[in-house]
Design a binder for this molecule. Sequence first.
Ligand SMILES: *Cc1c(COP(=O)(O)O)cnc(C)c1O
Length: 423
Amino acid sequence: MSEEERPLNLPIVEPGESGYGSAGEGTRAVHTPRPAPPAQVPVGLPTYRTSTFEFETAQQYADVLGDREGGYTYSRIDNPTADAFALGVAALEAHGCDRTVAAQPFASGMAAISTVLLTLCAAGKHVVAPAAAYGGTYGVLEHILARFGVDRTYVDGTDVEAVRAAITDRTAVVWAETIANPTTAVADLPALAAVCTEAGVPLVVDSTFASPAVCRPLAWGADLVVHSATKYLGGHSDVTGGVVAGDVDLVARVRRARVDLGGSLAPDEAFLLHRGLATLPVRMARHCETALAVAEALAGHPGVERIDYPGLPGHPQHELAGKLFDAGRYGAVVTITPRSAGRGGGRDAGLRLCDGLRVARVATSLGGVHTLVSHVASTTHRQFDDAALAAAGIPPAAVRFSIGLEDAEDLIADIAGALDRLT
Ligand SMILES: *Cc1c(COP(=O)(O)O)cnc(C)c1O
C-alpha cells in the first residue's frame, strides 16, 4: 500500500522504529508509542485511569505539586475525570445561587461527610445536628469526633428555634438534611441559614435524598451541600461516590483535608457518576412523579396505617416542600407503615410487607432505577429500641420505599397486593 492510500489512523511501526529501538524487550514493552492527544474534543468524557501524571521538566513537577501552577500530579490529589464530575455537580448546585460555587469529588458519601466534619471541627468545638441524622454521620460524630474532644447536640431538625438555642460560641457546624431518613421530614433551609448567618456558623446540608434536581440548598443560603453520589447522582446502584459543593474558600479547605485523608474518587467511578448527571433531571422527574402516584394511590388503602411523603397534603412540611423544591417534585422516598396485625409489636408487619413484594426488591440503599425497600426498625435504625423509635417518630412497622423507574401501576399493584396479604 502506498503512503498516499494509507488510512490516517492506521497505527503502524516502520522497520527499525519500534520506539526505544535497540533497547531491551522490557523497556520496549513499557515505553510503547502512543497517539498524540487528539485535537478533537471527545464528546464522551475520557476516563483518566491513571494514578500519576508525567512532566516535561522537574521544575514543572515541583510547580504543579506546590500549587504554583494548575495541573495534575497524582490522582489522590486531583484527577481530571473526578474533577469533571465535581464540576458538573457544582454547575447543577449553583443554579439560582448568587455566589460562585466550587465542588470536590469523594470516594463515598461518608468520605465527603467525614472530610467536611474533620475540616470544620477541632478539639473543644461543637456540632449541632438533627437527632434523625443519617446513621453514618451520627457514627462519625459519636465514634470519631467525640474522641477528639468535639461536643455534639442533637435537635429536632425541623425545629429552627431548637437549632438556634443549641448554638454556642464553640459551635463550628450546623448540620441539616434536606429530606430526613426515613421520616421524610423537610428542613426549613432558609430559616436555618438565617440562624447560622446570624451566629456566624457554617450550615452544611446533606441533600442526598433530594438531589439538585429537586432542591438546591446553596440557593437557600447553605454554605456547603454534601451528597452520597451513590444514590440519585449515580442513579443505577452500580457505583459508590460522594461530593461536596459550596463556598469556594470552604471547599478549598475541604480539598486540602481530602488530599490528606485520602477519600478521593477513583476515575472509573467518576466516569459513571458524571454520566449519571446527564440523565438526573429526567430520572428525577420520573422518580418523583411515580412516588407521588404511589403515595396518593395507597394513602387510602385499608392496610395502611400512615404514609410519610412530602408530596401528600397531610405531610407536616408539605407547604415548605412546595416552596423549597422544584415544582411537582417531592423526592422519591416514600415511607409506608402497614397496620400492625398484632404480632411482634408492628415489626413483624413491616418485615412481612417487605417479603410480600415482587417488583420492589429488599435491599439497602436508594436512588437507583430499581425500587428498593427496607424495614426501618430492623435495618437502618436497628440500634433503636421501641422508645428511641417513638422519640424519632418512626413506627416499628415502617417500611422505606425508594421508588425506582418501574411503571407506577406495577408498583401500586405490587404494594397493594403485599398489603392485602398482610391481613
Ligand atoms: C447513603 C447516604 C450517605 C452515605 O453515603 P455513602 O455513599 O454510602 O457513603 C449519607 N447521607 C445520606 C442521606 C445517605 O442516604
